[in-house]
Structure formats: C-alpha cells, structure tokens
Design a protein around this ligand. Sequence first.
Ligand code: FEO
Length: 398
Amino acid sequence: MKKITDNITSCGILNPNLRVFDIVMRTDFGTSYNSYVVKGSERTAIIDAAHGRFGGLYLEELREALGGAQPDYLVVNHTEPDHSGAIGCLLDVWPDMKIVTNAVAAKNLRQIVNRGGLPIQTVKDGETLSLGDRTLRFIIAPMLHWPDTMMTWLEEEGTLFSCDVFGCHYCEPGALDTHIAWPADYETAFRDYFAGIFGPFAPHVQRGLQKLAGLGLQRVCPSHGPVLTPGCRLEYAMESYRVWSLPQVNSQFSIPVFYCSAYGNTRRLGHALREGVLEARPRALCELHDLVDCDMAAMGALLNASDAFLLGTPTLNRGAVPPLWDLLSRADAVNMPGRPCALFGSYGWSGEALGQLAGRLAQLKCKLFEEQMKVCLVPSEEDLARARDFGRRFAESL
Ligand code: FEO
C-alpha cells in the first residue's frame, strides 16, 4: 500500500516475475496490477481490482488501504481479467458494494463474475459520482484497448485513473515515476506496451487524447506501471502517445520478404522474387528476413508496418512451418485488411503449406496475389526466372 495523496492510496499487486502476458507479450520487467482507493468525505471508492490469482494478497492490501472504511463503490474501468479477476473475492467480503461501470463492461462482467444479481450501476460518458467532497467523472474511451474501456477523472485532485492507457509492464516497489530506478528499461516497457496494446488502435488513441485535452492533469494513475506526474514522466507519456498514434506513412515503400528454408530452396526463390520486385520498384525497401534466427517481435512490427509483404515456406508435415504461424499470429488484425501479399515456397511431396497460409491471410482479409510461386524441390534456372517475373508482376500490381 502506498499513499499517493491524502485521499488516494495505491493498493495493487506487484508481479515482478511475470515474463509473458496474455500468452504473446514478453514482460521482461514484470508487471503490476494497480488498484486505487479514493476516499471522499462521505463515501469510498475502489478504482479497478486486480488479477484473480492474487485475490488473497490483494484483499490484504486493500483492507490496509481502506483503513477500516467500507468501500461503497468499485469502479471498473475495463474488464480484462488482469483487472477483473479478483472482483468475485471483493464481492464475497463486501456484497453490498456497488459496481460502477459502463454498459459494455457490465455485459462482460456478468460473464466474468458468473453470479446472479450483481449490484451494477451503469454510467455514461461525462456522468459523475459524488463521494462527498470528491467527485468522480467517467470518460468513456472505447477501443483503448477494448470496447468496454473507460477512464475515471477525480476532479478535485486533477487525477486521471487511465486504465491501461499510459501504463506499461514494469515493476518496481515505488508507486511514483519519481522513483524509477531503471529509466531505460521503463522506456522500453512503455514503448513495447504501446506497440503491443494500442498500436492497432491508433485512431482511437488520438480520439482518447482529445478527450483528455484541457483537463489539467496533476497525475495519471494507470492500471499497470508507475503513477505519472508533471515534470517527471507525464509529459513524456502524453507526447509519446501523441506521436506514436499519428498516421504512419513509410518514407520508403516497404515490401519485406519473410521466409523459412530448410535446404535453401525457398530462400533462393525469395532472392529471385526480391530481384523482380526491385525491377518494378527500384526504390522500394525489400529485404529478406529468415524467420528461424530472428527477433520475432521485431518481425511482427515489420509486418504490421509494411505496405505489402511476401511469405515463403517449405511444406513440412503437410503444412507451413511454425515460424510462419508465429509471424502471422502477430499480424495486427485491425489494420491488415486490404494489405497486398503473395506466397512462395519449395516443397518435396505435396506442397500444402501455401494453401494453409492463404487461408489465414483470407481470415485477416489481406489482398492475396492471385498466383503462388511454388516449386518442387530445387528451383531450376527457369524456375528462378519465373520467380523474378512473379516478383516483378506482384510489385507492379501494387
Ligand atoms: Fe491490463 Fe487490458 O488489461
């Protein structure tokens, strides 16, 4: 438990050992599940809960922060289970506590807590809730990063409880940004968190920032990572979000070629395709990336920032090889529709891999080139000439 102001206490959970969040996101610096207690002269609110795995420990922290007070409200800014998982534990102790949230989150919550008669009070954008001498105002912020997201503004203290926004998977004992011991690691975590969580929703970030303009923020209390304060990390966080959420236009047309190759055959096709691409678009950035020995997170970022892309795989065990699936699992499904792409690969027996990848690309609504560059075993000089022609025609189609 850490005091933020006389009326705000942080009482979340530190999880320094977490190394993977939500299956796909690396968390080299652990994380925290932040929760806050806000005391008014008449009523007390908890802002966001914590991960269900830490329910018992979280209750201890919460009780200490409450200092004997009964919580009147639990404000749920977002229902992802890292913040909603412990709600059942809270209701076991305080069954009469009102859950204050928006209509979308309320629907989710009924499916998460799975008990009848939840004491939910739904709120709309701009609506307020009085705690006596403290007032909470709710800012609905859909798609930051779920449809249910809202933020909570504590008017009298200039404090924004920003949900995942401005958060990061970073864990240190101090609650405030003024005590960050490893600033470079914090900035890495902050940047990666934005890229992984908010990157696909950049237009919504812009809209969210507009809603915050003019509030006069004195501090931001996110649901992961340190509390942000003026003169320390608050301005950095706001400006980073502004810049990172601007529409991205590549200065050089980007057509990465991602591939795996067991015996060099698919690789040779990739090189020939690249030559063809550069014949048609000499100024394009068209580089080959072997997915076996690479930073897959960086490859995912490259894929998502591309203007078009090529995927090459051999067929192993009647399918595409795992690194290709890993790469596609990182595709930003929100912004991938219409992205031009093409498939190539060498095969030995039956060559099902490209058809499988085509199915996934169709699910992502990519614009798949109508032909596939498929060669049985070792590409001949004729095959390589065909691949160059394929690459040229693909680039000309863009
Ligand atoms: Fe930290 Fe979207 O949950």
